[in-house]
Ligand binder design. Structure first.
Ligand code: DHE
Length: 550
């Protein structure tokens, strides 16, 4: 019981540390190490806190916040009947996995984690994991801050900038979001948001930008003010990857949905103020008839339909696509569609009628007919598909939606228009070099190009470059290496509103940058650097994000 209490405190402390990572003090190692009876491992309170923080930052995404396993196996001292017990693996076994990664897709952490951190994790993972404290409506409402009430906000823009071509850019490790004017390429504001912001979404009118971070914090940015301003904040949970708004006619800028990794729930909030409205837990049985009740049923990608008042929320571990009707937000009607495990990221086809999502542990793409709330097809593509929101092309093989793969060097093109071959892979193409590691693909209706990154490929030559293909013939055109004065891993693409520029982030290097290419000539147009450009990741153009142009 004493251990349980200690662990709950540790988890809460880790969350708090997360929220103010920058001001984080070095843990106090002077504290006496205690022996954890069940394992004989010596670990101090300060080390437990630090281990929980490292686990939360680097490992929870795959192994689950409660260490009970998700995309990756469980990491429990006594095992769970499927994965080997960490006590049995011991310090050396755990170290081998951390340092070398696995063929199953776990990256090598040597060189990213310090020796001190690796050694600490070999002990931390052999003792009981922290317990996740409860987080419900009471806690969420208590965290809610309405900084500028609606009545005090301007009714029209207080500047002459072109908001539709604003880019929200995530500065991941700084816990900040930069707003950049896409016309002038000027930094308009750098705002402190949540820790390790994961994605941004824009309101249906394009006025507001919402961010959500690995700490579960939602931040609402108003672009009408002279300098974009944070007008509301709330913590939807301890851990999250997705947020979306209501986009259907009559519901513009009305509701916001939060997808919880931990706790696993769907929360609906007022999109004008972020006041919480309702919470629906996502725990339940899996899509495939497995008898196990899954508590940690995390909400992965979410998209908003333009044809109905619904969001499509993907419940990862259960392999359930939840169609959430927000017309009664206090009692949302949820239609569950059993598909395949584990659902991760996805986007619409070019008509907006169909939604395609990666079931990465099954190496499949799931197709959903959104207005009819029906499963259309489950398509085998390759090892660990990772499309981001995917991208839509008009090719010589028909209209296709594209996914890249994390686990192998393959781009799969799925035909989406009616006729022979619809909902099948009509073409496969390789990027340069060997191995997978691709995270995102991108094109634009006005572009003749398809862009692909290799962010998680272990080869630095590949992960620092992007490949460009002809979007009609699907033939490889060229590899663009990091320009002079820029290094790190290339990740994620976004077009400007006109569809003639591509913005690429370079992060995890010494000379991080946002590199802007002319999409026609494939020449560098502008490099954005500066001490405020700290590990840039996702970039979201207001117009394209609002209208789901990808
Ligand atoms: Fe992401 C999208 C989850 C690691 C950058 N990421 C998503 C989505 C999910 C997700 C569920 C879809 C959101 C949506 O569309 O609604 N990502 C996860 C993880 O669980 C994972 C694997 C591990 C983790 O601990 O977070 C993970 N992601 C990463 C990264 O390491 C990346 C490269 C940098 C970072 O933030 O740490 C990264 N993920 C992104 C980006 C998007 C994203 C930029 C948005 C893509 C888009 O165009 O919509």
């Amino acid at each position: 019981m004493k251990t349980l209490k200690l662990i709950t405190v540790v988890f809460t402390a880790a969350i708090m540390l997360t929220a103010c990572k920058e001001e984080k003090k070095k843990p106090d190692y002077s504290k006496k190490k205690e022996t954890v009876a069940s394992t004989g491992i010596q670990i101090s309170d300060a080390e437990m806190k630090e281990g929980a923080q490292i686990f939360f930052d680097k490992c929870a995404g795959c192994h689950g916040s409660s260490r009970k396993g998700a995309t990756g196996p469980s990491l429990l001292p006594d095992g769970d009947g499927k994965a080997i017990a960490t006590k049995v693996l011991g310090a050396e076994g755990i170290r081998t996995f951390i340092e070398n990664g696995t063929a199953g897709g776990m990256p090598e952490w040597k060189g990213i984690l310090s020796e001190h951190q690796i050694e600490l994790m070999t002990r931390f993972l052999q003792v009981d994991p922290p317990i996740v404290p409860p987080y419900g409506m009471k806690e969420m409402t208590a965290s809610w801050k309405l900084i500028i009430p609606v009545a005090d906000r301007p009714t029209k823009p207080q500047h002459n900038r072109n908001i539709k071509n604003y880019f929200g850019v995530i500065m991941r490790d700084a816990g900040k979001v930069a707003i950049i004017d896409g016309d002038t390429k000027e930094k308009v504001a750098v705002l402190k948001t949540g820790f390790a912001v994961h994605i941004l979404r824009t309101s249906a009118s394009g006025r507001y930008i919402y961010s959500v971070g690995r700490d579960g914090k939602i931040t609402m940015i108003d672009t009408y003010t002279k300098i974009p301003t944070i007008v509301a904040e709330v913590k939807g949970g301890f851990d999250s990857r997705s947020v979306e708004v209501s986009k259907y006619k009559g519901y513009e800028d009305k509701y916001l949905v939060f997808g919880g990794y931990s706790p696993s729930h769907i929360a609906i909030l007022d999109a004008q103020t972020l006041e919480p409205i309702s919470i629906t837990p996502t725990a339940g049985k899996a899509c495939d008839g497995d008898k196990e009740y899954i508590e940690e049923a995390r909400v992965a990608s979410i998209v908003a339909s333009h044809t109905d008042p619904v969001w499509i929320c993907n419940v990862k571990e259960r392999g359930m696509v939840d169609i959430v009707d927000y017309s009664d937000p206090k009692n949302p009607k949820i239609t569950e569609i059993p598909t395949a495990r584990f659902l991760h990221d996805g986007g619409f086809d070019s008509t907006g009628h169909y939604f395609l999502v990666a079931a990465n542990a099954s190496n499949k793409i799931v197709v959903i007919d959104v207005p009819n709330k029906k499963l259309v097809k489950i398509i085998k593509t390759g090892i660990k598909p990772h499309p981001g929101r995917g991208t839509n092309l008009k090719t010589k093989y028909g209209n296709v939606w594209v996914t890249s793969h994390l686990g192998e060097n393959k781009l799969s093109f799925i035909k989406t228009n009616p006729g022979k071959g619809q909902w099948t892979v009509v073409k496969e193409v390789k990027a340069t070099g060997n191995g997978g590691g691709a995270l995102f693909v991108k094109s634009h209706p006005k572009s003749k190009h398809l862009w692909v990154d290799r962010t998680l490929n272990p080869d630095a030559k590949l992960n620092s470059a992007v490949d460009v293909f002809d979007s009609y013939t699907l033939k490889f055109i060229k590899t663009l290496h990091a320009p002079k004065g820029v290094d790190g891993r290339a990740v994620h693409f976004e077009y400007n509103k006109a569809g003639n520029e591509v913005w690429v982030s370079y992060f995890m290097g010494k000379k991080n940058a946002i590199v802007i290419y002319n999409d026609k000539t494939l020449k560098v147009k502008k490099i954005i650097q500066g001490d405020w450009v700290q590990n840039p990741t996702g970039k979201f153009n207001v117009y394209n994000t609002t209208h789901d142009i990808y």
